[in-house]
Ligand binder design. Structure first.
Ligand SMILES: [Zn+2]
Ligand SMILES: [Zn+2]
Length: 241
């Protein structure tokens, strides 16, 4: 095979490998850290200095993003100005970590060290693979290994808007992506993730949830709620079309 073709194949193999690693790491960490079971978090809290990072991740994601915000509606962060004020006060009382959560739009976006920590478990194996393999393969890896923080920071906020308004506050470069079938799948997956309390459908980088059998399909009631949000493929007669 000609060298350019081999190099292109290596880049492609790197892209696919990086994607699979980031999807697996995201699904796994989201389940076992960000939305960990309560009894596990209680155990972590016995060692607050040692496990501060895990405790903080759970707090910003599960406690704030799942429980204290988006309580009654998938597309409305707060039900009232009073509720927003209460959450803001709670976070300011928490100090520096609380301020970081507020800057990350109340846990909607990975922010600061959170983004770095969330990426490290993917970066380490990909970095080793890149060092001990072809640099073309490493180049491919680089393009997909950072997808989880990219999705969290730029795409996740749009998953919490009515589907038809998803592009209204998006930067120009993102609008194409928000019109793809991939985004539609993310939208349904993330809706179900919140609806069932962070117990399934963990991926923003879709894929690993299917292999890990962590995908819940929409019920008739879910389909009706998705139709109310304007998700394409659902109608108000409670069924997917
Ligand atoms: Zn969310
Ligand atoms: Zn979650």
């Amino acid at each position: 095979m000609a060298e350019p073709l081999i190099n292109a194949a290596l880049v492609l193999a790197g892209v696919v490998t990086g994607y699979l690693i980031s999807s697996w790491v995201e699904s796994f960490l989201h389940e076992y850290v960000s939305d960990a079971l309560t009894h596990r978090v209680r155990k972590w809290e016995r060692y607050p200095r040692l496990l501060r990072s895990l405790i903080n991740t759970y707090y910003s994601h599960h406690t704030i993003h799942h429980v204290k915000t988006y309580r009654k509606s998938h597309d409305r962060m707060f039900d009232s100005a009073q509720q927003e004020e209460e959450v803001r006060r709670l976070l300011l009382e928490r100090g520096k970590h609380g301020e970081t959560i507020i800057k990350g739009v109340f846990g909607t976006r990975l922010h600061g060290w959170g983004a770095v920590k969330f990426t490290l478990p993917s970066l380490i194996p990909c970095g080793l693979l890149a060092i001990y393999s072809s640099h073309w393969f490493g180049l491919g890896l680089l393009t997909t290994v950072l997808l989880p923080p990219v999705m969290s920071h730029w795409v996740h906020p749009h998953l919490h808007q009515p589907f038809l308004q998803r592009r209204s506050h998006a930067p120009l470069w993102l609008r194409w992506f928000l019109g793809t079938r991939y985004f539609r799948w993310q939208y349904i997956n993330h809706f179900l993730h919140h609806r069932y309390g962070g117990t399934s459908n963990f991926n923003l980088v879709l894929g690993a949830d299917y292999f890990r059998r962590k995908v819940r399909k929409p019920s008739l009631k879910d389909a009706r709620l998705l139709a109310e949000l304007g998700a394409p493929g659902f109608n108000l007669e409670c069924s997917e079309v």
